[in-house]
Design a protein around this ligand. Structure first.
Ligand code: NDP
Ligand SMILES: CC[C@](O)(C(C)=O)C(=O)O
Ligand code: MG
Ligand code: MG
Length: 491
């Protein structure tokens, strides 16, 4: 075993990284047919395991859960999740040999153990599935030749996979078949049926590869999706307190602000989010975001390079071997931040006020989305994939902060994402220290300017609007959002 990506020729690396085809809705006309009547056993009943299983059962599929003996004996949360929802639960020995399809939905750090335990029990010709390709791509796990290996990766936390399905929609999903494991040529049909069963086909499915999914997923979660939202929350909160803004107000503005401003992003991209500001505030947000982009670009590029070259994964795997020492320490530190410890005040903040008093937050979101998109596409990831991992998923992560701050975000995302989030946050905060000394309450905590239009330089406004609309993330966003017309509002 070793890093699978690093063993590929440059030609194969480019080929797999750039595998990305937006699938037409007509390709899902058979719905879940390819999996109807098949025995589907999910290993693990956590964030993805429970929520994917609920959606798949509601879509008419036969779902049960294989848990480790201790989880069953001690009635752990995974056991409670599965049994309280009326699913059959059993040990690996009881359920895996009966399975046509095994979904490995345990944390990435457990994949080697789990696959080693499960694979010998799987019947000949069965299928093994992942929702993130880390084990195959970064650890180079080799799967028995008779088994088909597929990936169905929702671009979103498990909780939102369920919530969007209940709203009658779904979340964008990447599907793939591992080129080394498709002995019967049935992988694509099964992956499509699985994506339809989770509701993913209603939001958009990309025919992708394990490689493209892993490299883009790691980059999105470390930078804009989680890392920058954490850094931005802490810095913006601390600045407001330093400048005398009421702590309850500051806490509420941040906790619910990301969700509100990124709802604008979800519907109409960066253009719409920025259009929600007054003209003077929009120009200010644009200028701040340009400055932020110049400061943070090298950090975004470093994360992309470390991911591509395997340095990120080998560093994280060292931490796995050390019993998650760094991860657990960083998690404990986050719980002690002033933002985390200050409850949101009992104060009304209107939807518009979140924009008007959160100009810096808007600038941070714009800078982070654009930088993540640019770093991914500069490294060979295709625009559609980069869009899902930057712009589309940001609101879905912001929703988790609205629920219970950074604690909720970091609990709901995978351990892999959480580790990368802290890594980015620790590098980013010092990088923004000088920039933050110049920041005042006119861009965070109080309205920037109420006199919309007065004193606006028309030429500057036209140039800002043009730059916003012409960014490549806006072009691909317009195309992808056209297939999301059934999307339901959250805020
Ligand atoms: N979190 C998310 O929203 C997303 C996750 N993913 C991917 O989905 C996969 C699952 O992640 P996630 O849902 O976060 O995982 P969780 O941490 O939420 O779930 C872990 C589940 O696995 C079980 N488990 C833990 N260790 C073992 C083990 N050694 N053997 C067997 N079962 C074990 C746990 O049960 P117990 O401890 O009770 O035995 C629990 O039910 C990962 O590959 C991740 O990258 C992809 C997209 C988003
Ligand atoms: C953003 C983090 C994620 O990749 C996800 C929810 O999509 C994860 O690994 O949890
Ligand atoms: Mg993801
Ligand atoms: Mg992830």
């Amino acid at each position: 075993m070793g890093n699978y990506f690093n063993t590929l020729s440059l030609r194969d690396k480019i080929d797999q990284l750039s595998k990305c085809r937006f699938m037409d809705a007509s390709e899902f006309e058979d719905g879940v047919e390819a999996l109807k009547g098949k025995k589907i056993v999910i290993v693990g009943c956590g964030a993805q395991g429970l929520n994917q299983g609920l959606n798949m059962r509601d879509s008419g599929l036969d779902i049960s859960y294989a848990l480790r003996p201790k989880a069953i004996e001690e009635k752990r949360q995974s056991f409670v999740n599965a049994t309280e929802n009326g699913f059959t639960v059993g040990t690996y020995e009881e359920l895996i040999p009966t399975a046509d399809l095994v979904l490995n939905l345990t944390p990435d750090k457990q994949h080697t153990n789990v696959v080693n335990a499960v694979m010998p029990l799987m019947k000949k010709g069965a299928t093994l599935s992942y929702s993130h390709g880390f084990n195959i791509v970064e650890e180079g796990t080799q799967i028995r030749e008779d088994l088909t290996v597929i990936m169905v990766a929702p671009k979103c936390p498990g909780s939102e996979v369920r919530e969007e399905y209940k709203r009658g929609f779904g979340v964008p999903t990447l599907i793939a078949v591992h080129p080394e494991n498709d002995p019967e040529g049935k992988g694509w049909a099964q992956a499509k049926a699985y994506a339809a069963a989770t509701g993913g086909d209603r939001a958009g499915v990309l025919e992708s590869s394990f490689v493209a999914e892993v490299k883009s997923d790691l980059m999105g979660e470390q930078t804009i999706l989680c890392g920058l939202l954490q850094t931005g929350s802490i810095l913006c909160f601390d600045k407001m307190i330093e400048k005398g803004i009421d702590a309850g107000y500051a806490s509420k503005l941040i906790q619910f602000g990301w969700e509100t401003i990124t709802e604008g992003l979800k519907y109409g991209g960066i253009t719409n989010m920025m259009d929600r500001l007054s003209n003077p505030a929009k120009i200010k947000a644009f200028e701040l975001s340009e400055e932020l982009k110049d400061i943070m670009r090298p950090l975004f590029q470093k994360h992309m390079d470390d991911i591509m070259e395997g340095r990120f994964s080998s560093g994280m795997m060292e931490d796995w071997a050390n019993g998650d020492e760094k991860l657990l320490g960083w998690r404990a530190e986050t719980a002690e931040t002033a933002f985390e410890k200050t409850p949101a005040g009992d104060v009304e903040i209107s939807e518009q006020e979140f924009y008007d008093n959160g100009v810096l937050m808007v600038a941070m979101v714009k800078a982070g989305v654009e930088l993540a998109f640019e770093a991914m596409t500069d490294s060979g990831i295709i625009d559609e994939s980069a869009y899902y991992e930057s712009l589309h998923e940001t609101p879905l992560i912001a929703n988790t902060i609205a629920r219970r701050k950074l604690y909720e975000m970091n609990s709901v995302i995978s351990d892999t994402a959480e580790y990368g989030c802290y890594l980015f946050d620790h590098a980013c905060k010092p990088l923004l220290a000088d920039f933050m000394t110049k920041i005042d309450t006119d861009v965070i905590g109080k309205p920037f300017a109420k006199d919309n239009g007065e004193g606006v330089d028309n030429a500057k406004l036209i140039a800002v609007n043009k730059a916003l609309r012409e960014h490549p993330v806006e072009k691909i966003g317009e195309f992808l959002r056209a297939s999301m017309t059934a999307m339901k509002p959250i805020v």
